[in-house]
Design a protein around this ligand. Sequence first.
Ligand code: SAH
Length: 333
Amino acid sequence: MDLQLLDSTLADQPAFRARQVWRWASQGAQSYDAMTDLPAALRAKLAEEVPFSTLELVREAHASDGTVKALFHTKDGRAVEAVLMRYKDGRRSICVSSQSGCPLTCTFCATGKMKFGRNLTASEILDQVLHFRRIEPVNHLVFMGMGEPMMNLDNVLEVCRKLPDVGITHRRTGISTVGWVPGIKRLTESDMPIRLALSLHAPEEDLRSQIMPVNERYSMQEVLDACEAFYEKKRRMVFIEYVMLAGVNDGYAQAVKLAQVLDPKIYKLNLIPYNPTDSIYDGSSRNAIEAFKAALEEHGLSATVRLTRGRDIDAACGQLAAKTPMPASAASS
Ligand code: SAH
């Protein structure tokens, strides 16, 4: 729902009306019609003038493990994907996109190969959340879908302010970044206790630059300094994501190096099995991942291995890149 359009449409109404609408929407109302404490005429006017969602659902896929992936189009035909993950302990975690496509070109990532579209508006990000909220209550969220959230941080933070109304506290909200230093600094200054995750993927500068060209812009050292400042200020540990690429970043010496670089007081390391996309890489085998983990532990750094969810519907990490053709209007722009 375009919240600005909602405000301007309700300009001649008492101020509490917009809040009333948002309360219903944030609690999973299926339509304006469900908002029974609004006058019927006003509901009709809203249905006419303010589309219930800024996104159109194009496709929804359900994986055998309960994961749901939704593909949407924005009004101007941009593709947006979001995922709902359901865990046995009751956690319901949403992974949202902050951009359509991504301007960065991480060599292993499917989204990085798509043509960059644009930043999503705050309403377009929220509508991904509300879509899943209409299915069931949700309680965790990560900005780990398409795009680099730190390059769209105004809108991302605006969304974060509203998430508690939907049932997702700031402590259960995480922003994942390639290491966009100005964004990390802004998050450090923010009053919201949001979690920070860093996609590191290499234990040293040269290899990181090869895998993630953005490392040429913000070096690994600068990025880790910014993460440490985040930890000092917030006293919240930083999550490190490390995608396991066979023969590239999964060797014994690389584990040793990584354990030297990452202070276990500050960082929690998450090893991510690589989800095959159309790339030059193969994922490390189960055994290679276990050996890497053992080598880390031998050198004082513990790590967890991320559970892969929704692989059978291309909903796993790094697989978000819409496969349906774009409408002609968006493809040509
Ligand atoms: N741009 C941000 C947000 C995207 S998060 C970032 O990079 O952190 C997506 C996460 O999935 C990142 O950690 C990314 O490195 C990882 N990823 C990308 N492609 C992947 C793949 N094919 N398999 C597993 N993880 C992947």
